[in-house]
Each structure stands twice: as C-alpha cells, then as structure tokens.
Design a protein around this ligand. Structure first.
Ligand SMILES: Nc1ncnc2c1ncn2[C@@H]1O[C@H](COP(=O)(O)OP(=O)(O)OP(=O)(O)O)[C@@H](O)[C@H]1O
Length: 347
C-alpha cells in the first residue's frame, strides 16, 4: 500500500483520518486543465488550446446525488476524468473520500466506480460475465461475484439478456449492461457520465431507481453528468451548472430555480404562420423567442394567464397547434445565468 497514516485504505475503500468527521466524498479546489494546441508537422496550429477546467472548486457530501449540468463542451467529462484519476490536472487539488487523487490517481479504482461516455472494454463478454468479472476485479470472491451480478441484472431487468455478448446488444441495452457493471462490487462513490444515453423510459427508470436504492440503503454518493434537465431535477440533491470550464451556479434544484423568480414559460406552437392580425398575438411577438413554428415566452403568472386566455379563443386558437405552460426549469436557470442553452435536453 502506498498510503501514509492520513490515507490508509480499508477493505471498504474508505480512508481513516485520525479522528473527527468523515471526509467529504469529493473536494475539488481551483482545478485547471488546458488541452494543448495541436500543431501540424510544420508547426502550424490546427487547433487552439482549450481551457476545459478553468478554476473549478466544488464539494460533494457523502450520500449525495450530485449533478453536473451543462451544454456540450462545457467541461463536464474533463472534470470527471480528472476526478477518476484518468486525466491529470495542470493545477489544483482533488480529494476523494479523503484521498489525494492528484498525487495518487491509481487509488481511484479502489474508491469509486466510473462509467464513462464510451466504454468498449467489456464488449466481448456476455452481460452476466461483464458484471461478474467487474465484481471479481473489485475484490469479490467467485460465489459472491456471481450472486451480486445476477441480482444487479434482475434489478435492471437484464436477466433475459444475461447470456448475450454486449457487442450483440442494441445501444440502449449495452448502456444498461455497462450500468450493471458499474453497480456491482459496492463502491462508496459512483461517477456516472450520461448513464442513460440511448435508453428507453423503462430502462431509464430502472437506472434511477437502482441509484436511489443505493443512496437510501448504503449511503452511496453519486456524481452524475447529464444534460437531461428533467432527470436532473428529479434525482439530484444538488447541481453544479458548468459553462465554459467554470461552475456558474451550485445549489439544490429548488434553490437554483428560485434564482429565476416566479416567471413561467409559455410555449406556443403555430400550425404555420402566427396570426399577427390578432392584436393579442401581435402584442406577444416582441417578447417571443422563435424556434421554427415555436414561440417561447417568459412571463409573470398573471401575464401568462392572460396570454393563454387570448390564444385559446377565437382566430388565434384556430392557428395554434399546441401550447404548454411550465414553471421554471433548470434550463431556465441555465439561460438566466448566461449560458447558451444549446445542448440541454428537455424531455
Ligand atoms: N482530448 C481533447 N483534446 C482537446 N480538446 C478537448 C479534448 N477533450 C475535450 N476537449 C475540449 O474541451 C472542452 C470540454 O470538453 P468536455 O468533453 O469536457 O465537455 P462536456 O461538457 O463533457 O461535453 P458533452 O456534454 O458534449 O459530453 C470542449 O471544448 C472540448 O472540445
């Protein structure tokens, strides 16, 4: 073992500090990572350097489901790859369950389970063997590994596919099999990068239920990367909104939504051209953000009520294909904080 007294690792993968409170699950301080410029052979730059982590500080408590939310390219995966010991930061500190992962990145494998965006290592194995082999690698005896893999497959509804090699599964099924492998062999911290990509609603629900169960029954900490705004709102205790390598907000979903006040969002989808000859519709035009046939308006509850009344009667209604009225979402928070909003999924 390479640890000092502060960092001694127990069988359960937790650190024993001399005394005092248990260390936070994750503490990140002023993390900086720049991908260098790429140059062609003659030295011409073909890509500018990218500062993908630009002074990130955050803390995740034990037992929390903590989300990283942000659009494509915001720097979420770069952050989790540093937290899981796979990528070395240029500067800054990372402590996971009391261990200094900048100095000892190899310890990550004992402390946490990581599901990256793209994983091909298990593709030749059957679903059961992939989970079982992962459990063995995480220190379980053969019988225990088989039992736990079988149980996790049942939990995720994968039993009928147990003998199928991963490379012969659909994209969503393969992702679910990777989630199963991430869940076996009890780790105190799960780091999941877009775990439900490509899954149908039933599979997604099974994943969130499995995560919730581990948090409730075992106090597992979960760090979750997502751009699925609704998932983020329903499963997360706290969320850090990441934009251009920086944390632009961090709070509970409710706390973040309070930032945008009481305004509600009204979406109007017109059948074709909006009926601008209707005065009430013409009055809304200036406030509407247009996306094709959709108008999105942010209004006070009273103005929204008046607008709904106006567009659901008379000639405006005949021109209306669909409308939705919604309370603020994390997407609204993100937009209010100055993010571009592109790449955030609302479903
Ligand atoms: N290996 C790399 N070399 C150079 N630039 C990179 C590399 N990996 C990522 N980047 C850049 O760093 C920035 C952050 O990328 P990152 O993958 O961390 O974003 P992300 O928030 O995880 O995005 P997504 O939601 O699309 O997965 C982006 O501008 C990206 O183009």
């Amino acid at each position: 073992m390479d640890g000092n007294a502060e960092d001694t690792v127990s069988a359960a993968g937790t650190a024993h500090a001399a005394a005092g409170p248990a260390p936070a699950a994750i503490t990140v301080t002023d993390l900086v990572k720049t991908y260098p410029a790429r140059r062609a052979r003659r030295g011409r730059p073909v890509a500018e350097p990218v500062r993908a982590s630009d002074g990130i500080s955050l803390g995740v408590r034990r037992g929390e489901v903590f989300g990283l939310l942000g659009p494509n390219g915001a720097g979420k995966s770069t952050l989790v790859r540093q937290l899981t010991g796979l990528l070395r930061p240029d500067s800054g500190e990372i402590h996971v369950l009391g261990h200094d992962l900048v100095r000892h990145p190899q310890r990550a494998a004992r402390l946490l389970a990581y599901l990256g965006q793209e994983t091909t290592a298990l593709d030749e194995l059957s679903v059961l063997l992939a989970a079982e082999t992962t459990a063995r690698l995480r220190g379980l005896a053969a019988d225990a590994a088989r039992a736990e893999a079988t149980a996790v497959l049942a939990e995720l509804g994968l039993t009928p596919l147990a003998e199928r090699p991963l490379k012969r599964l659909s994209g969503g099924e393969r992702r679910l099999a990777h989630v199963a492998a991430a869940l076996v062999g009890e780790r105190g911290l799960l780091v999941l990068d877009e775990p439900t990509t490509g899954m149908d609603p039933l599979a997604r629900r099974a994943v969130w239920a499995a995560i919730d169960r581990r948090r409730a029954e075992r106090g597992t900490t979960v760090l979750l990367v997502t751009h699925n705004v609704i998932e983020a709102e329903t499963v997360l205790d706290r969320v850090a909104v990441i934009d251009q390598g920086r944390v632009i907000a961090c709070d509970t979903p409710g706390g973040l939504k309070a930032l945008v006040g009481d305004d509600v969002r009204l979406d109007l989808v017109w059948r074709s051209e909006p009926p601008l000859h209707v005065p009430e519709v013409a009055a809304l035009e200036g406030q509407a953000q247009r996306t094709g046939r959709r108008w999105t308006l942010r209004l006070s509850p009273a103005d929204a009520r008046a607008a709904v009344t106006a567009v659901t009667s008379g000639p405006a209604f005949a021109a209306l294909d669909d409308f939705t009225l919604a309370t603020p979402s994390l997407e609204d928070v993100y937009l209010a904080l100055g993010g571009s909003g592109e790449g955030l999924v609302r479903m």
